[in-house]
Design a protein around this ligand. Structure first.
Ligand code: NAP
Length: 303
């Protein structure tokens, strides 16, 4: 029987990539694809792929239940950071159960366990637990920090320079390209194999880089003078507080770096290679492939 794979987050970077990978391949795997998005006008237009608008997003449990009707496999992309993100995710999981979904593939974050330093992983830990409680077939993709974001860590200082100022000490992170994370997700979604049921997969880059290493790679690729400056936690709060973001969000930013310092982001796995058949992109390779990621750094205009 033809399976319906429903993809959320397809107006975003990761879900959009997954949708573009699934669309041409689904038929060969006896599957069809539906994109459930908040704004249909921003959904990718892909041959043979249906788009369902669900403006209320995950928080709208009844709307999600309706939008997921007939779904065999759900790709549940974690929501934008929000104070109530956990409740939004739990509503989406309940909607999937109510809609009769058989299998859920969820994008979590590396090290999302009780006691993790990075505070925003609490949502993922709670969602992973809720998924386990459903009794459905589930696969958790714990993506490492995106390599795509490395340029955004750097603040231009003048025409030539930029600094990554963060409380990451000498810790390292196994940055993964969203291209690779999307390929892994698409492979897991298409294969529909019991071997991925109940699995928690760490989706990482091929190596762990310190932020000093990352700054050196950024300097080499962009031609700018990029350096890393280790901050104290107090300095990190002081430089980020003026953004006006709420404390929970600033704490999330700061602890994403202290998690690196604590060694919690350094896990390197072979998941990308084993699911895609090719090695994971290094940060250097990712930046060379995606010059648009560092365009603002190149011109020196603040992001
Ligand atoms: N591993 C990492 O380093 C890292 C870094 C940042 C974020 N993340 C997480 O990974 C997710 C996917 O990454 P990405 O790069 O694709 O992010 P992105 O480009 O911001 O896309 C997020 C997608 O999720 C949708 N979405 C957000 N909140 C939603 C909600 N409450 N209900 C329904 N849909 C919602 C967005 O829809 P709209 O277009 O309608 O907003 C968009 O399609 C992020 O949402 C975030 O949870 C991971």
């Amino acid at each position: 029987m033809t399976r319906l794979i429903t993809v959320t987050g397809a107006t975003g970077a990761l879900g959009g990539r997954v949708a573009r990978l699934l669309a041409p391949a689904a038929a060969d795997h006896d599957a069809t694809v539906r994109l459930v998005v908040r704004d249909a006008s921003r959904a990718p237009r892909l041959p043979g792929t249906a788009v369902v608008a669900q403006p209320g997003g995950y928080a709208d449990e009844a709307g999600m239940t309706e939008a997921l009707a007939g779904t065999h496999t759900l790709f549940l992309v974690s929501a934008a950071e929000a104070a109530d993100r956990t409740e939004q995710h739990l509503a989406a999981v309940r909607a999937a159960v109510a809609a009769g979904v058989e299998r859920i593939v969820y994008t979590s974050f590396l090290g999302s366990e009780a006691g993790a330093t990075f505070t925003l992983t609490a949502t993922h830990a709670a969602t992973e637990e809720a998924l386990g409680d459903t009794g459905l077939r589930t696969t958790v993709l714990r993506n490492s920090m995106y390599a795509d974001f490395v340029p955004f860590f750097a603040t231009p200082t003048d025409d030539r320079g930029a600094v990554i100022a963060a409380p990451a000490g000498d810790g390292a992170a196994s940055f993964v390209s969203r291209d690779d994370a999307a390929e892994v997700a698409a492979a897991v979604l298409l294969r529909d194999h019991p071997s991925t049921d109940g699995r928690v997969l760490d989706v990482t880059g091929p190596e762990a880089l310190t932020l000093a290493d990352a700054a050196a790679v950024l300097a080499e690729v962009t031609g700018r003078d990029v350096r890393y400056e280790a901050q104290t936690v107090e300095q990190a709060w002081a430089t980020r507080r003026p953004s006006g973001a709420p404390d929970w969000e600033v704490e999330g930013w700061v602890t994403s770096y202290t998690a690196i310092a604590a060694g919690e982001m350094a896990v390197v796995s072979d998941v990308v290679r084993s699911f895609t058949g090719h090695p994971a992109l290094t940060v250097r390779e990712h930046l060379q492939r995606h010059p648009e990621d560092w365009a603002t750094l190149r011109t020196g205009s603040p992001a």
